[in-house]
Design a protein around this ligand. Structure first.
Ligand code: BGC
Length: 351
């Protein structure tokens, strides 16, 4: 009897253990099942994935088809890009500038593959601080223009500017009018792009240091402060000739440049007078950084010294509100886009 009771109790314990183990097993299975319930949709997702991917790809393709990639990429990239630094990292400082070996436009084109038609450029890896239009008044100086483009494009690219080059050609054989061509360059460049800064450069002047940045400052800037022609110094304190830069605001404040200086001389002095009449001063790089070379040449035909210049300079304060960008009139004869520059031929009238 005792044995039978003992056996029963052993069997009872064994059964309880088995039941417990079964219970445990079911619980663990249940917990595992509940915890991994996410994996069921994963599996479904995996089945659906090709379809979802196809849909996303279809959307992508149709977006690319409807809007230019450069716009969507540009905005995306620009959102991530930072403004270019004050001291562009690729500047090299002093440069060797010489004009003994002629250069060809093809060579310059080859050396500047990043240029867009019209001599346009913007840095790839940062947002340029300024949009700058380079304005060159021009007539029959093709050899000089080649040197200008040859030296300037690499410099301007290292300076990380968003820039375009505008060569404003005076049509015909009338007396040359430099300042009027500069006004025209300002007006024509603005028709094309939202420029904030204008560099006005003679075609025969090349900076000898790329730290002389061709951009605008909080005062009108004189950039060619130390020319070889003048023994690397200013010929006089008020000198504002050669290369200068003005922001759109500064330019409009002085009503642009005079239109009535025909022939050589005086128009840069008039511009200086306008700037000081409006209470602005001249900003300049130091004499070392501002060194530049001029290509030697004979005096141009139809650009003799203007005998009226002394009289005109004496009256800038009275004439500047009537003669300037507000009274500019001209006719565009032709516009051509080269990879290296925009060439605008204009009829400026006569004296
Ligand atoms: C003229 C300027 C010229 C300067 C330097 C002055 O007499 O008026 O137009 O830039 O000489 O040559």
């Amino acid at each position: 009897m005792r044995d039978a009771n003992g056996n029963f109790s052993l069997l009872h314990r064994t059964c309880s253990l088995v039941v417990l183990l079964c219970f445990l097993h079911i619980s663990v299975t249940l917990i595992y099942y509940v915890r991994n319930s996410d994996s069921r949709p994963t599996f479904l997702q995996n089945q659906q994935t090709p379809q979802i991917h196809r849909k996303l790809n279809e959307q992508k393709v149709s977006t690319e088809e409807t809007s230019p990639p450069s716009v969507s990429n540009g905005t995306e990239t620009e959102r991530k890009m930072e403004t270019c630094p004050d001291n562009p990292p690729k500047l090299v400082g002093p440069l060797r500038v010489e004009f003994s070996d002629p250069v060809t436009l093809d060579l310059v084109r080859e050396q500047n593959p990043a240029l867009q038609p019209g001599g346009r450029f913007k840095p790839e890896d940062c947002i340029a601080q300024q949009k700058v239009a380079m304005i060159i008044p021009f007539r029959s100086r093709d050899e000089h223009l080649k040197f200008w483009l040859y030296y300037m494009h690499p410099i301007l690219q290292r300076q990380q500017l968003d820039y375009g080059v505008y060569v404003i050609i005076q049509d015909g054989d009338e007396t040359f009018n430099r300042a009027k061509l500069l006004n025209i360059g300002y007006a024509e460049a603005l028709k094309e792009y939202d420029y904030q800064c204008f560099v006005f450069s003679d075609v025969d002047l090349i900076p000898m240091d790329d730290r002389n940045i061709y951009k605008c400052f909080n005062q009108p800037r004189h950039l060619s402060v130390s020319m070889d022609k003048f023994g690397f110094r200013l010929p006089y304190t008020q000198y504002f000739g050669g290369v200068s830069s003005l922001s759109k605001e500064q330019f409009l404040k002085i009503n642009g440049f005079p239109n009535k200086y025909w022939g050589w001389g005086g128009e840069d002095d008039d511009i200086f007078n306008r700037i000081s009449a409006k209470g602005m001063s001249i900003s300049r790089p130091d004499a070392l950084i501002g060194r530049c070379r001029m290509i030697r040449h004979d005096r141009d035909k139809q650009n003799d010294p203007n005998p009226q210049r002394f009289d005109r300079i004496a009256h800038t304060r009275h004439t500047m509100s009537k003669d300037g960008i507000n009274s500019l009139s001209y006719k565009v004869v032709n516009v051509e886009k080269d990879q290296l520059f925009t060439k605008i031929t204009v009829n400026v009238g006569k004296p």
